[in-house]
Design a protein around this ligand. Sequence first.
Ligand SMILES: NC(=O)c1ccc[n+]([C@@H]2O[C@H](COP(=O)([O-])OP(=O)(O)OC[C@H]3O[C@@H](n4cnc5c(N)ncnc54)[C@H](O)[C@@H]3O)[C@@H](O)[C@H]2O)c1
Length: 312
Amino acid sequence: MRILVTGGAGFLGSHLIDRLMAQGHEVVCLDNFYTGTKRHILKWLDNPYFELIRHDITEPIRLEVDQIYHLACPASPVHYQYNPVKTIKTNVIGTMNMLGLAKRVKARFFLASTSEVYGDPDVHPQTEDYRGNVNCIGIRSCYDEGKRVAETLSFDYHRQNGVDIRVVRIFNTYGPRMLENDGRVVSNFIAQALRNEPLTVYGDGSQTRSFCYVSDLVEGFIRLMNCDEIGPMNLGNPGEYTILELAQKIQNMINPGAEIIFKPLPEDDPKQRQPDITLAKKWLGWEPTVPLDQGLELTIKDFRDRIEGNQK
Ligand SMILES: NC(=O)c1ccc[n+]([C@@H]2O[C@H](COP(=O)([O-])OP(=O)(O)OC[C@H]3O[C@@H](n4cnc5c(N)ncnc54)[C@H](O)[C@@H]3O)[C@@H](O)[C@H]2O)c1
């Protein structure tokens, strides 16, 4: 199949492309390199079945493809809050452009939505029918309201124009190729511990998160794209850890002497986040297989190579 991956030079997109290329598909990667980098897809650049297009999805584009994995959007708060107007344009105009393309060429359209559509949830764990508790004027709303609109657009194109959609709600995912400066908790702690800096915990560290290793997530993507369910479907790892537990785990794995310091919690930071993956288990036979310790080892190795490589 000819498959378009928007945001393909990013963290999740590049891992997805590795899998699609290994499966023998023809892949078109479309990216504006805002948070993505050519380094992530370097190994495919000379492959005749791979094509890279530098393009901003807020502008329309015409391509012939069978499937579209729509991932383009900065995913970490530091990046999506840097230019919030651009973030919401990417989510709204960009998604509309990609749905328009899917409609025109009759491609199956996969939206990478997020657990952030649940906001600061008051039910726990979150099932797909929970409608969320989102602040529409907060500093995260360019992202979470943007993704909510992206989901609305997907379902409206589906109902009105018969576009074949799949919608996934991704919970925190980590792994090699996350950016060192993206401010996400796993990358922060690992980069700080490797640089001998104190690990920064926001709040008292009792807020919880669940962490899914990237290869598990990508497996879920491909299964959802190729099944008959349209979603929305949660994908994530239900194992729940406090942020302090995560900090201590990474501290022990890298640098037991590293200090842990506490800073004030940012605005609208959710207190708890844990996926209910009953639906994914039922419809995709999917559940995460990589334990946190093993995933962290692989991620730490990648960060170590980059950070120590840069120092040489
Ligand atoms: N990583 C996670 O834990 C997580 C959780 C929930 C949802 N998601 C979603 O998954 C998708 C991928 O996330 P990621 O972690 O790989 O993030 P990322 O920032 O590494 O990747 C996003 C990619 O999109 C590209 N991009 C951004 N705006 C663009 C635009 N206007 N036009 C073209 N390209 C553009 C960036 O350059 C980058 O390569 C995003 O849609 C994100 O919202 C990720």
